[in-house]
Design a protein. Structure first.
Length: 302
């Protein structure tokens, strides 16, 4: 059977059939009712994560152990970056006063648009790296700069990021002061897409630093994006508690940036990369929970 970008045509078709089915189930599961059950959101997030792991096992059987480990590493990097993305979405939705139904619709169209944009970015990025090897150093330096920016970010900053702030001023300025049910949500969807575009500039080079297998890069990105909507509602009440996670993301981005810069001289096994990514995410997630400020008792308040 003919192959395309690292996998057979049949594999590509089967994968997109699965994606369509998962999107349909996601739509049915999270679109009913005026509220979303946290339990249902966590359950669906767990199902998607389990399916990603099963897909890695399938890759191991059909393409070998290396692509499977690269998929898991890419999935974890993209998933961790998605959590940081959710912080921005939460701030945006709060500032605009979107209700649950509006958030569901915006995130649905945001996910669909993100799939298209990621596909374009991945194919263009992989093609450029294959043609111009020196771009590897630029991508690596870009990831290091992004890591430094994240390290300098203050957790006390509660305002939206630069791109979101610009969109609110230029496109969404009047939206927060009007009745949103009579206002088109198109501009909010555009804000979500632009935000995802900004994050894609970080995450896709990071995954390309792990593997150049386009099929692996694409599928790991799509699996992470598929869980974005359910993960948002599952974590919506806990996102504020993950105060130190962006430091972990900075460490991961610095690691993959250095890996990309030194790839011609130093080969880091993908197993080591996977263990490092898991360890960093676990450490900073636990640290966020342990250092969470304790509420002041009512008796101590004046």
């Amino acid at each position: 059977m003919r192959t395309f970008a690292g996998a057979s045509i049949g594999f590509w078709i089967a994968f997109h059939v699965i994606v369509a089915l998962l999107l349909f189930v996601d739509l049915v599961l999270l679109q009913r009712g005026k509220t979303i059950s946290i339990k249902a959101a966590w359950s669906w997030t767990g199902v998607l994560a389990a399916l990603a792991f099963c897909f890695a096992l399938l890759l191991s059987q059909t393409q070998g152990k290396q692509p499977a480990l690269e998929f898991l590493s890419g999935y974890l990097v993209e998933g961790s970056m998605s959590v940081d993305n959710l912080f921005v979405f939460l701030i945006m939705f709060r500032s605009l006063g979107l209700d649950i139904d509006q958030q569901r619709r915006v995130l649905l169209w945001g996910v669909l648009g993100a799939i298209v944009m990621r596909a374009l970015f991945i194919f263009v990025g992989a093609s450029l790296l294959a043609r111009f090897e020196w771009l590897e150093f630029i991508f690596g330096a870009f990831l290091l700069i992004t890591a430094i920016r994240l390290l300098r970010h203050k957790t006390s900053e509660k305002g939206p990021s630069g791109p979101v702030r610009w969109l609110q001023q230029c496109c969404l300025g009047n939206l927060a002061h009007t009745r949103l049910e009579f206002s088109p949500l198109l501009l909010v969807v555009v804000a979500v897409e632009v935000t995802d575009l900004v994050f894609a500039l970080d995450s896709i080079p990071a995954v390309l630093a792990i593997t150049r297998n386009i099929f692996v890069v694409y599928t790991s990105n799509i699996f992470a994006i598929l869980g974005l909507r359910s993960l948002f509602f599952a974590l919506s009440s806990a996102l504020d508690k993950l105060r130190l996670l962006h430091y972990g993301l900075a460490v991961i981005l610095a690691f993959v940036g250095i890996k990309m810069l030194t790839n011609q001289w130093v080969k880091i096994p993908v197993t080591w990369s996977l263990v490092f990514i898991v360890a960093v995410l676990a450490i900073f997630t636990v640290a966020s929970w342990l250092t969470e400020p304790k509420p002041v008792p009512l008796s101590a308040r004046k």
